[in-house]
Ligand binder design. Structure first.
Ligand code: PAF
Length: 297
């Protein structure tokens, strides 16, 4: 029978617990989250059991990764629901600190990852990845995991964290997991809760556009412009505004211009708004497209 995970709010307490476990030879795997857990998060938690004996999930809505006017106050918070979902997924400990303990008034250190943060979401959310890198580094220092699991829906975030751990010699293996999607292809996200029924049905244009690009790529199309075209037209038709729809190298996130040709793989990443909700999604052409909806389906 699954046990409700123990909640710990104090950084020193969870550090001591994890230290004691490690001294007994137990490996610790971390799944950092902001709560409002859905099946995508639970998939990360289940995977964590393959990378560590003790699975720790952090739940912390991190203020420093939200810009002015973004949804920090609105962001869904329901710790009781989250704990119910985590028990069967195999989490033993939940670290749920307060903002004041993570950011005391005298805190003055920020981690900034260069280059890879400049485009895509980084260009539209100034300071966002500094907030992400700083909180993830703090969580790694507090919990000391040997591995940490992240979803590929936040593809740029995953690459930023990989770069940070590499550049700062952090002894943490970073595991990226496929995006978990609703049956109609929409990527699972805590922010999907903001969508009205009408907005939710328009949102399916996002995975449909990405799936159409896969069809072209699989038929041999290499022109970046041609591959982006169905994504742009699908999203322009359904979304209220577009932050970006970009073709980039999947490892470096270096942009490919319209006149370029795709290599063996190419990442299409996008952010668009439906009503007041900002949705992101991505896909790597040249990789299995089965998780995406069929075009029009
Ligand atoms: O992906 C998220 O939920 C957050 O960005 C993370 C990694 C937990 C950092 O706050």
């Amino acid at each position: 029978m699954s046990r409700t995970p123990t909640i710990i709010r104090d950084p020193q307490e969870i550090r001591s617990l994890c230290d004691d476990e490690r001294a007994r030879g137990t490996s610790v795997c971390l799944v950092p989250t902001m709560g409002a857990l859905h099946e995508g998060h639970l998939d990360l938690v289940r995977e964590a059991g393959n990378h560590g004996d003790l699975v720790v999930v952090s739940i912390f809505v991190n203020p420093t990764q939200f810009g002015p006017g973004e949804d920090f106050d609105l962001y869904p918070r329901n710790l009781a629901d989250d704990l119910d979902k985590l028990a069967p997924a195999g989490a033993a400990l939940v670290f749920a600190p307060s903002v004041e303990t993570m950011y005391p008034p005298n805190a003055g250190t920020t981690i900034s990852v260069n280059g890879i943060t400049e485009g895509l979401c980084g260009a539209h959310r100034p300071g966002h990845f500094d907030g992400v890198a700083t909180i993830v580094a703090k969580l790694f220092n507090i919990i000391g995991p040997c591995a940490a699991i992240f979803g590929r829906k936040d593809y740029q975030q995953l690459q930023v964290i990989r770069k940070m751990t590499h550049d700062l010699n952090m002894p943490v293996k970073i595991v990226g997991m496929a995006t978990v999607r609703e049956p109609d292809g929409l990527a699972m996200s805590s922010r999907n809760e903001y969508l009205s029924n009408e907005e939710r049905s328009r949102a399916t244009a996002i995975p449909s556009g990405l799936a159409a690009a896969h069809v072209l790529f699989d038929r041999g199309e290499k022109s970046v412009k041609a591959l982006l075209a169905p994504v742009v037209s699908s999203i322009e038709g359904a979304c209220d505004s577009i932050d970006y729809i970009s073709a980039v190298d999947p490892a470096s996130l270096a942009p490919l211009d319209d006149e370029a040709l795709a290599g063996e793989t190419m990442l299409i990443a996008l952010a668009a708004r439906i009503g007041g909700t900002r949705l992101i999604d991505n896909t790597v052409l040249g990789e299995d497209r089965s998780p995406l909806a069929n075009p029009g389906g």
